[in-house]
Design a protein around this ligand. Structure first.
Ligand SMILES: O=C(O)c1ccccc1NCC(=O)[C@H](O)[C@H](O)COP(=O)(O)O
Length: 263
């Protein structure tokens, strides 16, 4: 079984357990449930922002432990002060060392778009994302068919959230495009081999219809590459490890964003 199939199989069990522990009726009582989400699309298009979606991720299947002792409060606030356009918070525990609590902490300290970064396969998780205060959910084309993307996307949009669809190649892009998503992310990481190549973004960009905000994801570590991706039409840049491998991720983000020379 490849890692993605393993993560998804594990996620199915986890979601069933969560449904028992925290039924939807309870999630709907959250103080965030009726709140208006913050638009990532709008933040990515602000000229005073960097376009960086800065991620909080303690570990990953490709890199193992990256930063076990990160302070979500300090890092999330620091990322936004450094000029990030939004936050991405891993809520998967077993493979990424995150938790729903991490997202709640980031939400309570920041007014900015927050992406719930997880493996979404069930409507329950979309409702849970809203109850945690998320503004955006991720849908991964490699694990969902078009009907599932439309069902989960429609529910998220109905709750006021935006949807980031992640693709890795032309086949995934072609079979998944729908108006039930708002942003399209090109994952530079091959989730089977873990190899990252920014050429993946460069090659796919012209195939993405103009009405979607374009995000380049993973393996980004050089400000010059961000400048090139911007020229190609990308407005968002999802970055995790480059910042998280530093003891103070927010300081690494500040240094990096400074080099983008935002006016
Ligand atoms: O990062 C992994 O090893 C990974 C493995 C399997 C599925 C997803 C994985 N990563 C999730 C992500 O999409 C990244 O955290 C995100 O794009 C940031 O990437 P990076 O800047 O390379 O940390």
């Amino acid at each position: 079984m490849d890692i993605l199939s393993e993560i998804v199989a594990n996620k199915r069990k986890e979601v069933e357990a969560s449904k028992e522990l925290y039924p939807v009726k309870l999630l709907e009582k959250s103080m965030y449930f009726d709140g208006k989400p913050v638009s990532l699309k709008k933040y990515l298009q602000r000229e005073d922002k960097s376009g960086i979606i800065a991620e909080i991720k303690r570990k990953s299947p490709s890199k193992g432990m990256i930063n076990a002792h990160v302070s979500v409060e300090r890092t999330s606030i620091g990322y936004m002060q450094a000029g990030a356009s939004g936050l991405s918070v891993l809520t998967d525990k077993d493979y990424f060392g995150g938790s729903p609590e991490d997202l709640k902490v980031a939400r309570s300290f920041n007014f900015c778009p927050i992406l719930r970064k997880d493996f979404m396969i069930d409507e329950y998780q979309v409702i849970e994302a809203k109850s945690l205060g998320a503004d955006v959910i991720l849908l991964i084309a490699a694990v969902l068919d078009k009907k599932e993307i439309e069902k989960l996307g429609k529910l998220a949009q109905g709750l006021g959230m935006e949807v980031l669809l992640e693709v890795h190649n032309e086949e995934e892009l072609e079979r998944s495009i729908t108006d039930k998503v708002d942003l399209i992310g090109v994952n530079n990481r091959n989730l089977k081999t873990f190899e990252t190549d920014v050429k993946t973004s460069m090659d796919l960009v012209e195939k993405i219809p103009a009405d979607f905000v374009k995000v380049s994801e993973s393996g980004l570590a050089d400000p010059e590459i961000i400048k090139e991706l911007k020229k190609e039409g990308f407005e968002g840049f999802l970055m995790g490890e480059t910042f998280m491998k530093n003891g103070r991720p927010e300081k690494a983000a500040k240094e990096f964003i400074k080099q983008l020379e935002i006016e």
